[in-house]
Design a binder for this molecule. Structure first.
Ligand SMILES: Cc1cc2nc3c(=O)[nH]c(=O)nc-3n(C[C@H](O)[C@H](O)[C@H](O)COP(=O)(O)OP(=O)(O)OC[C@H]3O[C@@H](n4cnc5c(N)ncnc54)[C@H](O)[C@@H]3O)c2cc1C
Length: 412
């Protein structure tokens, strides 16, 4: 049996971030995943400014991510058809990037390995339980590891949470459900901007079209499970969405599907779940901690952030209980106020009239358009006004991530 300081279960963004930070601090890390990389993950592929700052902090080299595609323009489409074009700051640095998860996650896993973590790919967790010397024994389909701390980064359905009996709700299926498809042949309007539509039937959910550098667009839609349409109606909703003139007008008439539509739930209740198990020896991060934003469903940045916070807590803590407490406090400090505000704003967007009013307010002048874009793309915390302690000097003017010139590496 292998022994290690840290066993990370799941090598998506949350697990990779934890593995990189831990390995960089000199800890002996095993990171395991049931998948073999490269692997796809059903996602919109949108990287917010906060996410990009986390990636920069981890030391990711954007040129390692094949489909990395910086975006400068966002267009919001109100239910009444109004178009609100939001220019992201022209630079320096990046505020929004689209990159296939297949490429991003592979690059992060490779970074974890070059930083010193040992990767067990194609290794599914089958049992997690207490072992000798206060360690946790993790059995997988291929091997066993005994670790001082386990980071559970195994996504929305977190088998580790089940194996540790730390499920909050056995029937839980996430707060949102989202559908995604890659399309070839989209028109120039779709290739030049990120588009977000708010059709009445999905509110406060939305439809997105995000351009990629290889000439495809990632198109999808998501909506809250509670009060939203039936998840089983996804295929019919999709056909109606693609037929809507305001969406078809942007995508153009020549699109072809690259692969079938896929759907996956999004968990978003980080203030309502337990973040640790087995006396603090297991810490949940990313989707396994239900960390995504309750208003947009974005969760890659939150996955990276919680992975980092969990290892920071392990490094600072004197023991597992202290580490779990430190981690819970850090999540409370960094995520919970934003989650609560996002949830409240989600109720505003539930009504077409209120959504139209909100987008008219956003469209008031250049300042509102630019700063709303920065706020929407998480360049500063959602609830910054309610948590002034997180305010940083020059917050409205700081450069984006990767401020050294980063070109579109693979222009369309
Ligand atoms: C349709 C859709 C669109 C989205 N769009 C965006 C977006 O544009 N931007 C954004 O920021 N977020 C988006 N999200 C949310 C985002 O995808 C997730 O929040 C993010 O992937 C969470 O990362 P993670 O590392 O926690 O989990 P994951 O990325 O799900 O990784 C979990 C890992 O655990 C592994 N695993 C699972 N079970 C086991 C097991 N038994 N043993 C070992 N390993 C296991 C999996 O193979 C996987 O590699 C979207 C989600 C959906 C569903």
């Amino acid at each position: 049996m292998r022994s290690a300081d840290i066993a990370v279960i799941g090598a998506g963004p949350a697990g990779a971030a934890a593995a990189i930070v831990a390995a960089r601090s000199g800890l002996d890390v095993v990171v395991l995943d049931k998948a073999v990389f490269p692997r796809d993950k059903c996602c919109g592929d949108g990287l917010t400014a906060a996410c990009l700052r986390e990636l920069q902090e981890l030391g990711l080299d954007p040129s390692a991510v094949r489909s990395w595609h910086p975006v400068q323009r966002v267009v919001l489409h109100a239910p009444d058809g109004r178009r609100v074009a939001l220019p992201l700051p022209a630079g320096p640095g990046l505020f929004s990037v689209v990159a296939r998860r297949r490429d991003l996650d592979t690059a992060l896993v490779e970074l974890a390995v070059t930083t010193g973590a040992e990767l067990w790919a194609g290794s599914a967790v089958t049992a997690v339980g207490p072992g000798d010397d206060g360690r946790v024994v993790v059995q997988t389909s291929t091997a066993t590891v005994a670790a001082r701390t386990v980071i559970a980064a195994d996504g929305m359905w977190s088998p580790t949470r089940k194996l540790c009996n730390a499920r909050h709700d056995p029937g839980y299926r996430g707060e949102w459900h989202a559908f995604r498809q890659y399309l070839h042949g989209a028109g120039p309007d779709a290739m030049q901007a990120q588009h977000i539509w708010f059709p009445d039937e999905l509110l406060p959910g939305y439809v997105w079209s995000f351009p990629l550098s290889d000439g495809t667009v990632n198109v999808g839609f998501g909506f809250p499970r509670l009060g939203g349409p039936a998840v089983g109606d996804g295929a019919a909703i999709w056909r109606r969405i693609l037929a809507r003139p305001e969406i078809a007008g942007v995508l153009g008439s020549a699109t072809e599907a690259e692969s079938p539509m896929r759907a996956w739930p999004i968990p978003a209740r980080v203030d309502g779940v337990t973040l640790s198990a087995l006396g603090g020896r297991v810490l949940f991060v990313g989707d396994a901690a239900t960390a995504p934003d309750p208003m947009t469903g974005e969760g890659i940045g939150q996955a990276l952030q919680t992975g980092r916070l969990a290892i920071d807590a392990v490094l600072a803590g004197t023991g597992p209980i202290e580490a779990a407490t430190a981690y819970r406090r850090a999540v409370g400090r960094e995520l919970v106020a934003d989650h609560r505000l996002a949830r409240r704003l989600g109720t505003v967007l539930a009504s077409p009239r209120r959504t139209e009013w909100a987008l008219r307010a956003v469209d008031t002048n250049d300042w509102t358009r630019r700063n709303f874009a920065r706020w929407m793309f998480e360049d500063y915390p959602r609830a910054i006004l309610g948590t002034p302690r997180r305010w940083q000097r020059g917050q409205f003017h700081r450069p984006g991530a990767f401020s050294d010139p980063v070109e579109d590496l693979h222009p369309a």
